[in-house]
Ligand binder design. Sequence first.
Ligand SMILES: [Zn+2]
Ligand SMILES: [Zn+2]
Length: 105
Amino acid sequence: MSLSVLQKHKRLALTLLNMAIKEGKIVRPDKCSSCGKKCKPDGHHDDYDKPLKAACLCKICHKARHRLIITNLLEAAEDLISQVTPALFNKWRSVIRKAEKELAR
Ligand SMILES: [Zn+2]
Ligand SMILES: [Zn+2]
């Protein structure tokens, strides 16, 4: 299975973040920055070009955040439908739907 460019980008951002945590440059909080639940939160990047700017989210909030990103992507794709061919739009939609399903697992 080959990784997409975005997946590689995401993995690299997470690796850099974890290195910064190990170095003590960043302290991983002991609770979720969204709901405040005590846990060992995941680092989440809204922008993979800013590896140190990560939200620390519990599993539930992390999943919700990704679901929101996918919903936004779907809306953005629908806004662009007049600019692309129906075939490309259908391809986009199936890719986004697939990502939604993977997230629901
Ligand atoms: Zn949370
Ligand atoms: Zn994330």
